[in-house]
Design a binder for this molecule. Structure first.
Ligand SMILES: [Zn+2]
Length: 301
């Protein structure tokens, strides 16, 4: 917890992009301390794009990064997985413009990295500790980040659908709950929206194997992995978008009916105002645990 980590060995997977429908091969490679997460387009002479707020491009149904007109699309599920399991430094090679959607969740990325293993590095992990609140509102959409111990994320959604309705979920990421409660939650879409989205060049790679497809009153490809899988997936997306801060957050994030555009707006506002937070490091894992999981440490004596 006090030190940065990278992956022990390279791992690979392949699939299709959710929106582009393009086939893509992806590799996750070890990287030196201080690298962060860096995407590399091997089909474009190894052009690199850092997973950073300054490279956020157009954001609507997925989060994309762009640098000098080179695009990397749908970064949120992999970045969410990396935050969830504590992978700080890695090179992500891609031979196309969009990450593979795989099963629509973060689970395959988690499994890939943990299969290779994580390796602790010598550099201290820099945390961004919230000192003041930041809130953004847009009509009935809301997102805010507040000073708190540890890192927790809370989401509320409200879809007029019998399986969703009003749904809320909160997770404390300092307690290893990510893998169990968040990583398996899959992306979802409404069958009725599909033609319009395809016309906009979206969901061309969507299938019953990589997203939950909702009909007017049910789900085409059940069973769900959780009764509230939808809101859990929103938490997963938010964690992935907040990864663009480039440092781990110590604070509490609350979102209500937000989306990728508001998630990334929060990140850029946060980084622009350094009176909202301070950077902090910990000397030992024990010190980090005591600061991030106070109740847990007390219980454990
Ligand atoms: Zn998603």
């Amino acid at each position: 917890m006090a030190f940065e980590q990278t992956i022990r060995a390279a791992v690979a997977c392949e699939g299709v992009g959710l929106h582009s429908g393009e086939p893509v091969k992806m590799r996750i490679l070890p990287a030196p301390a201080g690298t962060g997460i860096v995407f590399r387009r091997v089909d474009l002479d190894g052009f690199t794009i850092e997973a950073s707020s300054r490279n956020v491009a157009r954001v609507s149904y997925a989060t994309s990064l762009m640098k000098k007109s080179v695009l990397i699309s749908t970064t949120e599920h992999a970045l969410s997985a990396f935050i969830g399991i504590g992978l700080d430094n890695a090179i992500i090679e891609l031979n196309n413009l969009e990450l593979p959607i795989l099963d629509g969740s973060a689970q395959p990325f988690v499994d890939m990295v943990l299969e290779a293993g994580l390796k602790q590095q010598r550099r201290k992990r820099v945390y961004l500790r919230m000192r003041r609140a930041l809130e953004l509102r847009e009509g009935n959409k809301f997102i805010g980040v507040y000073p708190a111990e540890g890192y927790s994320v809370e989401y509320g959604i409200n879809f007029p659908h019998p399986l969703i309705g009003k749904s809320e979920f909160e997770v404390d990421l300092s307690r290893d709950l990510y893998r169990r409660e968040i990583a398996p939650a899959r992306t979802f879409g409404f069958r009725d929206d599909e033609p319009a989205m395809r016309n906009m060049g979206l969901v061309r790679g969507a299938s019953l194997d990589n997203c939950i497809v909702l009909t007017r009153d049910g789900v085409e490809n059940g069973p769900l992995r959780f009764p509230d899988e939808f809101v859990r997936h929103k938490v997963l997306d938010l964690i992935g978008d907040l990864a663009l801060v480039g440092r781990r957050i110590i604070g509490r994030v609350v979102a209500d009916r937000a989306g990728h555009a508001m998630h990334t707006a929060l990140v850029s506002r946060l980084l622009r105002d350094n009176s909202l937070w301070e950077e902090t490091t910990f000397e030992t894992d024990q010190a980090a645990r005591a600061a991030l999981q106070p109740a847990f440490s007390a219980q454990m004596g």
